[in-house]
Design a protein around this ligand. Structure first.
Ligand code: GTP
Length: 709
């Protein structure tokens, strides 16, 4: 029992490849339907073709037959009329009718009527239209001058169209049809060509009916064909009683084969043939119409059509089982295959049956078997691949989850570290927008870091602080690490900050942004300032030491150069201080030094600067003197102040000092030279016996300017 593989291919076959039985028509039904449709179409096409041909044939035959009858009738009519016309002309030439008396003419006319029984009336008139003689005495003495035939025959033979009897209706014996005539009339002229009267003959129209009866009715009655004669205006002058006198449309083109016309609800085929006249008879423009009911003319065709229909129906009925049987036979191998496939859940399960039948089915069966075998192989490898893929996905997912957890932990650690450092850490991208801020931002600026994220640096810290940092920021964005100190106030607190801008370099060397680390060094700075202060003060006396003295002297010299006032420098050294140390001890010596400093400070102005250079050496800077003598006066004042009695540790101490005084206003002398001159003056005072002051000689000036004193 093989495990059923799963996967996309499986779904395709289960849900889409094999439809449920009955959801679609089988191939056998399709084949049956197609073949039956083809048979039906073929039968229908054949039937339509045969039917079309048969109808055309039937119509053609009807035309030929009707046309032949019509032409015969037309010829008989023309020739008959020509014969009557000729007879009247011959009769009119008899001498009896030219100058004979009425009785002779009457006799002749009576005999003629016996021989020419179609003529209902024969008569002769004088030139005024009065009937001189007539067969049977009809209309004798009656004036017919208004009759068309009399007027028409004044100069030439006359033939008048069919008309109803006018004068003779009451004189002639009654018959079933009303009397109608065709008038013939000939002028009677004597030898001199003078008109002597008119010979008239009224041909009974029953003559034409007789011709028709002989020619048409006998032969066409069985075909229900009928013949009509239409006058020039289309009125029926010969035809069925109910049609005579009525008008029918006369076609101009009378050669056209077949026409339809409907009369009293019956549809007719009709052929029209115009009369032509014959010999001397010119014709009266009649048209012969021969017609036959369509149902009669097409009777054979209708019979054939019924036969075709029933034959096609029988053939179709026979074709149904035949097609069904043949279609089933053709579809059987494919049905076997499809049933075998439909039973299976998967194409690759079980072997497919080898079906027989025709070659294509065998090929298909073989191909499907081969396909199933390959499908099984592919399914197996797919299942294997799927399993290994799932395993890889599972392990990869675990790795990713682990990596994400580690990443989150790392970020948490980093966030905890950065948030708890007394350092403001941020990340600024290349567009100078803040992308990271640690919690110090909240502490220092009183603003939540999240509120500042995405904003630009200038929006966050304001234009003043931004301008301070802009050069360094530009440098860092150019890829150079920056370090600078600033002193700024934020949130009401002034801080000294040591800031580092570290460029965030991409692999290609471009700068993605800048990491900033600002350390609060306010405390360090304070200590530094205090140390600096300490390094500049003498701890024993509290006076500025040598280091501060150098700066103060330099500043004083600068001021003296600007003001032009005299600057005095007094270099003091206690006299025989070593003896005090040696005799009273170093501590007593310290007290003496402190006392000296206090006495000097008490004797000079607040603005004068007293410094202790070293040991028992002190220097006093005195500014804004008007003349060097003032310096001498002050030196003397200092000697007096220092020399006051002093007791240290119970012992009376005699304290005195020597003072070297140097004055200067010139800008040519350096501070070192200035101090050296004072030192030289001190040496002179010491050499002169101590306890005195000595004014140093003026500096040697290279220029022509005259210094003081
Ligand atoms: N007590 C005390 N003594 C100091 C201090 N600094 C230097 N001395 C001493 O001061 C003495 C200075 O002596 P000098 O100036 O060379 O000599 P002097 O005895 O004063 O003699 P003259 O200057 O020539 O009058 C030395 O003995 C030093 O040891 C100090 O801070 N305290």
């Amino acid at each position: 029992m093989s495990a059923r593989p799963s996967g996309p291919a499986d779904e395709d076959i289960d849900d889409g490849f094999v439809p449920q039985r009955g959801s679609r028509a089988s191939m056998g039904r399709w084949l049956t339907a197609v073949v039956l449709t083809a048979v039906a179409v073929a039968l229908l096409s054949s039937a339509v073709l045969i039917e079309t041909f048969a109808r055309a044939h039937a119509e053609r035959r009807a035309v030929q037959s009707l046309r032949q009858v019509g032409m015969d009738f037309r010829d008989a009519l023309d020739r008959g009329m020509a014969q009557q016309f000729k007879e009247v002309r011959v009769l009119a030439r008899l001498d009896t009718f030219r100058g004979g008396n009425s009785a002779e003419m009457r006799r002749a006319l009576d005999q003629m009527q016996i021989g020419f029984d179609h003529f209902a009336w024969l008569g002769v008139t004088d030139t005024q239209g009065t009937v001189l003689a007539a067969a049977g005495g009809l209309l004798d003495g009656v004036n017919v001058s208004q009759r068309p035939w009399f007027q028409g025959a004044q100069r030439q033979p006359y033939v008048g169209d069919v008309h109803a009897a006018v004068l003779l209706e009451r004189l002639l014996p009654r018959q079933s049809d009303p009397w109608r005539f065709v008038d013939f009339a000939m002028p009677l002229v004597d030898n001199s060509g003078q008109l002597r009267g008119v010979f008239g003959a009224h041909l009974s129209w029953s003559w034409a009916r007789q011709i028709k009866s002989e020619l048409i009715d006998s032969t066409m009655a069985s075909h229900q064909a009928d013949a009509l004669i239409l006058a020039r205006d289309g009125s029926v002058i010969l035809g069925p009683a109910n049609m005579e006198g009525k008008k029918l449309p006369v076609p101009k083109d009378t050669t056209a084969a077949l026409r339809h016309h409907n009369f009293d609800g019956v549809d007719y085929f009709a052929v029209t043939i115009p009369t032509q006249g014959y010999g001397a008879y010119p014709g009266l423009g009649w048209t012969v119409m021969v017609r036959q009911p369509v149902s009669v003319a097409l009777e054979d065709y209708y019979r054939l059509r019924r036969q075709i229909f029933y034959t096609a129906l029988i053939l179709l009925a026979l074709a149904v089982p035949l097609c069904w049987w043949q279609a089933r036979r053709l579809a059987r191998p494919l049905n076997q295959l499809s049933r075998a496939i439909a039973k299976r859940h998967h194409l690759s399960e079980d072997a497919l049956p080898q079906v027989g039948g025709y070659r294509e089915a065998a090929v298909l069966s073989h191909a499907l078997t081969e396909l199933a075998r390959r499908q099984a192989q592919q399914d197996a490898s797919l299942a294997q691949l799927n399993a290994s893929l799932e395993e890889r996905v599972r392990s990869r997912t675990l790795e990713l989850e682990d990596a994400m957890q580690r990443q989150e932990a790392s970020e948490r650690r980093l966030r905890t570290i950065t948030d708890n450092l007394p350092v403001l850490i941020s990340y600024i991208d290349a567009e100078q927008r803040l992308r990271f801020l640690n919690a110090t931002f909240r502490t220092w600026l009183g603003t939540e870091p999240d509120a500042a994220l995405g904003r630009t640096l200038v929006e966050t810290i304001g234009p003043v602080l931004y301008e301070q940092r802009l050069p360094a920021l530009k440098g860092a964005l150019a890829g150079v690490r920056q370090r600078f100190e600033t002193r700024s106030e934020s949130n009401g607190v002034v801080r000294d900050l040591l800031t580092e801008y570290v460029p965030d370099l991409r692999a290609d060397g471009t700068v993605a942004g800048v990491y900033t680390l600002s350390t609060d060094v306010t405390a360090f700075k304070q200590v530094e300032r205090e140390l600096d202060q300490l390094s500049r003060v003498d701890p024993l006396t509290g006076l500025p030491n040598r280091r501060q003295f150098d700066q103060r002297l330099s500043e004083a010299l600068s001021r003296a150069r600007r003001s032009g006032r005299i600057l005095a420098l007094m270099f003091m050294d206690l006299d025989r201080f070593k003896q005090i140390n040696d005799s009273l001890g170093h501590a007593a010596g310290d007290v003496v030094l402190q006392t000296f400093a206090a006495r000097v400070r008490g004797a000079v102005r607040e603005t004068d600067v007293l410094c202790r250079l070293a040991g028992d050496e002190f220097v006093l800077i005195v500014e804004n003197l008007n003349e060097p003598q003032e310096a001498g006066n002050l030196a003397q004042k200092l000697l007096d102040a220092v020399g006051a009695p002093l007791t240290v540790m119970g012992a009376a101490v005699r304290m005195s000092t020597s003072i070297g005084v140097a004055c200067t206003t010139a800008d040519a002398e350096s501070d070192v030279a200035f101090l050296a001159r004072a030192d030289d003056a001190l040496y002179a005072a010491k050499a002169a016996g101590r306890g005195r002051w000595h004014l140093a000689a003026p500096p040697v000036i290279a220029s022509t300017e005259t210094p003081w004193g």
